[in-house]
Design a protein around this ligand. Structure first.
Ligand code: UD1
Length: 422
């Protein structure tokens, strides 16, 4: 297992290119199941989660050619396909559940393993399955698998009111509805940019979708979808993560490909913390306004609110703010596992239920720490960049799931960082 070793101190200056969004790519890839014709994605990120989705789709019968070192994924799913998504692959990544809607839409049947436990919370699938049930699917849980069958072999349109704006459920139902008979309306739909990106791609494939980016999405089912080529939207979480690097360490960094519209609520909090973000013709420029980071309160919410996927990284910033910040985690019930690790680096954090109270200290101190999940791992790297001395982050396989070339990107702006074999 590899670790990442960071020597803290010093400002960061230069440019960091931002990749295509992992979470968008993970929902765009299963869309290939909806068509007999090829679907090609450009600007794909090079990540282990994308490899896992490739493996899963191949197990279902898709042909996938990865080109330009993984930045282009050419997929084709013609002829007979396998409708069973096996536990061995699904357990590696929750987003595997995104094959359920497309498989059911295409074949009228699907067997998809439940993803199982996840470090950041229970993450059930009831919103997905309740929606598909309203569309005429009969779904049973047997042997750890969801066994789903569409009445009459084809899903039908329905009006679905989500109890919570689940990202994955919105994506699954949207894909399922493209080939259903009649019209589907999703109320209280998620509004994340990745949903809009999926809708854009599905429209290129011939789907009829309106309202994506709002809380009510309408999908008029069609008989078949065609092929398409689609660029994956910029990764707003990678963007926000690297925006925090100059915020924490000082200096001035330009995030290539960044857009304010992807990180609005996050930028408001950065502004309140004393960090300036300006749009350039290539992306976003980030630097501190003065020497001091100000304390700010943060509550995570579905988009357009502050993203849960940036909460751990924001906490790393607030550890050295002047004053006390309160972070409330409203999306996942167990997403403060980075706090005990940051405490090992000298942070003052008190966690109670879904609330973390962070009292800023002058300086963090380097320490050996352990990554517990994807976003937690990068928050420890950010903290290490600003800490005194050396920080060694172990279990970085979490990081490989969501950040391509993290060492190269941070080295490029002057960070002292290396990957070592244990
Ligand atoms: C997606 C993102 C993930 C992000 C999350 C919230 C992908 C691949 N992953 O995950 O990075 O952190 O959105 O922005 O896009 N829930 C239920 N029942 C369900 C579905 C969800 O109770 O059927 C709950 C979950 O337990 C969780 C909350 O709803 O507490 C949010 O989940 P959801 O929006 O579905 O997240 P994911 O799609 O899994």
């Amino acid at each position: 297992m590899d670790s990442i070793v960071v020597q803290g101190g010093g400002p960061l200056n230069g440019q960091i290119p931002i990749a295509g969004a992992k979470n968008a790519c993970l929902t765009l890839m299963p869309a290939t199941l909806l068509s007999e014709e090829p679907l090609t994605l450009t600007n794909a990120p090079r990540l282990s989660d994308i490899k896992t989705m490739t493996e899963l789709l191949q197990s279902l019968g898709a042909e996938i050619t990865s080109m330009q070192e993984g930045q282009v994924q050419a997929m084709s799913c013609h002829g007979t396909i396998n409708t069973r998504a096996e536990y061995d692959i699904v357990r590696k990544m929750r987003a595997s559940n995104l094959v359920l809607g497309p498989l059911l839409a295409r074949e009228g049947v699907a067997e998809v393993s439940l993803p199982g436990g996840c470090a950041i919370g229970a993450r059930p699938m009831d919103i997905h399955t309740d929606g598909l049930t309203l569309m005429g699917a009969d779904i049973e849980l047997r042997d750890g698998y969801l066994h789903a069958k569409a009445a009459g072999g084809r899903l039908k349109g329905a009006v679905i009111d989500f109890p919570f704006a689940s990202v994955g459920a919105t994506e699954n139902i949207m894909m399922a509805a493209t080939l259903a008979k009649g019209t589907t309306v999703i109320n209280n739909a998620a509004r994340e940019p990745e949903i809009v990106d999926l809708a854009d791609c599905l429209r290129k494939m011939g789907a009829q979708i309106e309202g994506d980016g709002t809380s009510s999405i309408t999908i008029q089912g069609v008989d078949s979808l065609n092929g398409a080529t689609h660029p994956v939207v910029t990764d707003r979480i990678e963007l926000g993560t690297y925006m925090l690097a100059p915020a924490i360490c000082g200096g001035e960094v330009e995030l290539l490909g960044g857009k304010l519209s992807l990180v609005g609520a996050f930028c408001e909090k950065l502004d309140a913390a004393g960090i300036d973000v300006t749009e350039t013709d290539k992306g976003l420029m980030v630097k501190r306004r003065g020497d001091e980071i100000k304390a700010v309160d943060v509550t995570t919410e579905p988009f357009p609110g502050f993203p849960t996927d940036l909460q751990a990284q924001m906490m790393a910033l607030l550890c050295t703010a002047n004053g006390t910040s309160v972070l409330e985690e409203k999306i996942f019930e167990n997403r403060f596992m980075h706090a005990p690790e940051l405490i090992r680096m000298g942070a003052e954090i008190d966690v109670s239920g879904g609330t973390a109270t962070v009292t800023g200290v002058k300086k963090l101190k380097g320490a050996p720490v352990m990554a517990t999940d994807l976003r937690a791992s990068v928050s420890l790297i950010l903290a290490g960049l600003a800490a005194e001395g050396e920080t060694k982050v172990s279990r970085v396989y979490h990081l490989d799931r969501g950040y391509e070339h993290v060492v190269r990107k941070l080295e490029g702006v002057g960070a002292k960082i290396e990957r070592v074999k244990d």
